[in-house]
Design a protein around this ligand. Structure first.
Ligand code: AMP
Ligand code: MG
Length: 334
C-alpha cells in the first residue's frame, strides 16, 4: 500500500511539473536604460513579471541618474547634503564597504574626474596635470558622511553610482522575478549578466566572456545558474587622442585611466552588486592584488585577461569555465 502511495505521489508530481513546464512561454524585452541596452528573457506563464521588471529598472534608473533633477544622486551632488531614500543610502553604504575592502580602488567620488575627462556627456578631453590635481582634491570615499539616510559631501566632491548601479539593479530584478514565481530567466544589463535558475531544459546558462582585445570574439564561456557575471573592461568605453587610448575605469589615486596591466576582469558572484563593485575595483588593483583579495574572500570568483591576452581564472570556477585558449588556474593554497 505504502509503495502504491509513493508511486502515485511521484506520478502526480511528474504530471504537475510537466503541466507547469508546458505552460511556460519565453518572453523577451529590450530596453535602453542607465545609458546602455538591456536584454531580459524570462520563462513564465504570462508577461506580467517582465513588465514589472522593466518598470523596476526604470524606477532605479530615475533614483540613481545623476542627470535627472529628481534623482537622489542629483540632489546629493547639487546640495552637498540631502535626505535620500533608504535604498540609495543602502547602495552608498555598500559602495563604501567595497571601497574599504579594496583599499579605495573602488570609489564613487571619482565623478568629478569622470566629468573632467568628458566621460559624462561624451565630450572627451585630456586634462592638464594641474586640472587633474585640483579635481583630485575632491576625490576620496572617506569624505562621504552617511548618517542613516542623510548623505553629506564636501563642496568639491560629487558621486556617481555607475560602477555599482547595474549590479544592484540586477539583484533587484532577480529578487522580483523569483518573488513572482519565475524559475528561469536571464538578464543582461549592458553585458552585465544575471542568471535566475537554470535554462528551461534544465541545463546551466552559458555566458560568454568577451575578448577585450577583439570585441567580436569570446575568450571563454561559463556555465552558471543563479549567479551574476559582471565584466569591467577597458574596451567598453574609451576614446583615443594622439594615438593614446583613454578608458572609463579610473584609478582614484591618479585620476587617470587605470593602467594595472589588466584588459578585463569578470567577477562571478551570488550578488550582482558585489560582482559589479569588485569587477571595477579589481581592474584598478591589477592581477596580484586582486588575487590577494580573492585569497581572503569567499564570495566571488573571477576571470582576468591581461594586456598580453593571458587568461587567469580562480579555482572556484575551474569546472564551469571553457576556453580554446590557454589559461592559468589560481588555486586557494598557492
Ligand atoms: P564598471 O563598468 O562597472 O567597471 O564601471 C565603470 C563606471 O564606474 C565608470 O563609467 C564610472 O562611472 C565609474 N567608475 C570609474 N572608475 C571607478 C572607480 N575606480 N570606482 C568606482 N566607480 C568608478
Ligand atoms: Mg562595476
Amino acid at each position: 500500500m505504502r509503495k502504491i502511495f509513493f508511486a502515485a505521489s511521484i506520478l502526480i508530481c511528474l504530471l504537475m511539473c510537466g503541466c507547469s513546464q508546458n505552460n511556460m512561454k519565453e518572453y523577451t524585452e529590450n530596453i535602453f536604460a542607465m545609458d546602455t541596452v538591456m536584454d531580459l528573457k524570462i520563462y513564465s506563464e504570462n508577461d506580467e513579471a517582465l513588465s514589472e521588471a522593466k518598470a523596476e529598472i526604470q524606477r532605479i534608473d530615475a533614483l540613481f541618474d545623476r542627470g535627472n533633477e529628481n534623482s537622489d544622486i542629483y540632489r546629493i551632488n547639487k546640495n552637498k547634503s540631502a535626505d535620500v531614500s533608504a535604498e540609495t543610502a543602502d547602495v552608498i553604504r555598500a559602495a563604501l564597504s567595497i571601497s574599504d575592502r579594496t583599499g579605495g580602488a573602488f570609489d564613487i567620488t571619482v565623478a568629478p574626474v569622470m566629468d573632467l575627462w568628458g566621460f559624462y556627456g561624451n565630450e572627451f578631453n585630456v586634462p592638464s596635470d594641474d586640472e587633474l590635481q585640483s579635481t583630485l582634491e575632491g576625490v576620496g570615499y572617506e569624505k562621504i558622511q552617511l548618517d542613516n539616510t542623510n548623505i553629506s559631501i564636501p563642496e568639491n566632491t560629487s558621486i556617481d553610482l555607475g560602477g555599482i548601479g547595474k549590479g544592484y539593479t540586477s539583484d533587484r530584478i532577480a529578487d522580483l522575478l523569483k518573488n513572482r514565481g519565475v524559475k528561469s530567466a536571464i538578464i543582461s544589463l549592458g553585458g552585465n549578466v544575471h542568471a535566475i535558475g537554470k535554462r528551461i531544459d534544465g541545463n546551466e546558462w552559458t555566458v560568454g566572456i568577451t575578448d577585450p582585445h577583439d570585441k567580436s570574439q569570446l575568450i571563454g564561456k561559463l556555465k552558471i545558474s543563479d549567479k551574476a557575471v559582471i565584466t569591467s573592461g577597458a574596451y567598453q568605453r574609451y576614446f583615443e587622442q594622439e594615438g593614446i587610448t583613454y578608458h572609463h575605469i579610473i584609478d582614484p589615486t591618479t585620476g587617470k585611466s587605470a593602467d594595472s596591466g589588466l584588459a578585463s576582469v569578470t567577477v562571478i558572484a551570488d550578488s550582482g552588486m558585489t560582482a559589479d563593485g569588485l569587477s571595477t575595483a579589481l581592474f584598478v588593483m591589477g592581477l596580484d592584488k586582486a588575487i590577494e583579495l580573492w585569497h581572503g574572500s569567499s564570495d566571488f570568483d573571477a576571470v582576468f585577461v591581461d594586456d598580453s591576452g593571458m587568461i587567469y581564472i580562480t579555482e572556484g570556477i575551474a569546472d564551469v569555465f571553457e576556453s580554446d585558449a590557454d589559461y592559468l588556474i589560481c588555486k586557494r593554497n598557492d
